[in-house]
Ligand binder design. Structure first.
Ligand code: PEP
Ligand code: MG
Length: 297
């Protein structure tokens, strides 16, 4: 059988009129990189770290986390790798922990990490120790207010100081935020300290429709709300781009070829998606211009 298309080495993603558009991979575990060539994508746009943790003991194992992060950075061979801080809560429950964050509107993502700095500090140290292995940037999930970003940055600075004091090799990765809570996505200019933005349309759709993810009885509302999510992006992406910071999209909407022209016209130049979708998205991009129009028409 021929090898899957997404494994073939290719040029960086670009449109017919030559504009570079990053097509990056979403992964949940380094094992998903087996058989995938780094030249098949423009880096890792989203590494969901929740799936690395299978027992509460894993939270304390800084070495184990640092090994996983370094492995992905080494695989990427200098291409950008965006690793997201633990996004437990809602559809990603915290394994057998004493807090129950199984709520989409409660303690989840960065809220939970700031309530459990013991968990956050170990992950931050592991990330900073892995940073010298490649081109790392870190992404904070479910950020709602600039204060949450400030608190997170303080923890990075704190742990960097401790690593330096101990003479442990480390780096300070740029810290960006997910724009997946509508209140944050509407106010990108208030996150002056964020290094970059990544729109998460899975959670945006959930919060725009007031319909929980993964709840079968209301899943039809997500499907029916794509137009509303696109309208929301048409208003918020230009404001995010106006900050001058890099802006990407890592939700499932990026995998839908029929939406790509409109997403490009909003100004997106970076998409991250499951590896199996990358080849189709690249091919689709190669047939359109950066303004979303069809090439050759
Ligand atoms: C999103 O919310 O769109 C996203 C990319 O993150 P996750 O699906 O992991 O919540
Ligand atoms: Mg999300």
């Amino acid at each position: 059988a021929p090898p899957p298309r997404e494994h073939a080495p290719t040029e960086p993603g670009r449109t017919a009129d030559g504009v570079l558009v990053q097509v990056m991979a979403n992964i949940g575990h380094p094992s998903e990189l087996r058989g995938l060539s780094p030249s098949a994508c423009d880096g890792i746009g989203l590494f969901r770290t929740e799936y690395l943790v299978t027992s509460p003991r894993d939270f304390d194992d800084e070495d184990r986390q640092a090994r996983y992060y370094s492995e992905v950075l080494a695989w990427a061979a200098g291409a950008p790798v965006t690793i997201r801080l633990f996004d437990f809560g809602g559809d990603k429950p915290l394994p057998r922990a004493s807090v129950d964050p199984a709520s989409y509107l409660g303690l989840r993502g960065i809220r939970l990490l700031l309530a459990r700095p013991d968990i956050l500090r170990v992950q931050v140290r592991a990330l900073m120790r892995a940073a010298p292995y490649g081109n790392l940037q870190v992404l904070a999930p479910m950020v709602t207010s600039p204060d949450e970003l400030a608190q997170t940055m303080e923890i990075f600075a704190d742990e960097a100081e401790d690593l330096a004091m101990r003479g442990t090799a480390h780096g300070m990765p740029p810290l960006g935020i997910m724009l997946e809570v509508p209140a944050a996505a509407l106010m990108p200019e208030t996150f002056a300290d964020a290094a970059f933005f990544s729109f998460g349309t899975n959670d945006l759709a959930q919060y725009l429709t007031a319909a929980a993810r993964g709840e079968a009885a209301v899943s039809h509302l997500h499907e029916a709300s794509t137009a509303a999510t696109m309208r929301f992006l048409s208003h918020t992406v230009p404001a995010a781009l106006a900050t001058g910071k890099p802006v990407g999209l890592c939700g499932d909407l990026a995998t839908e070829p029929s939406l790509l022209p409109e997403l490009l016209s909003f100004g997106f130049r970076a998409f991250s998606m499951p590896p199996t979708r990358m080849a189709l998205v690249r091919e689709t991009l190669a047939r359109m211009n950066a303004d979303g129009s069809k090439a050759g028409s």
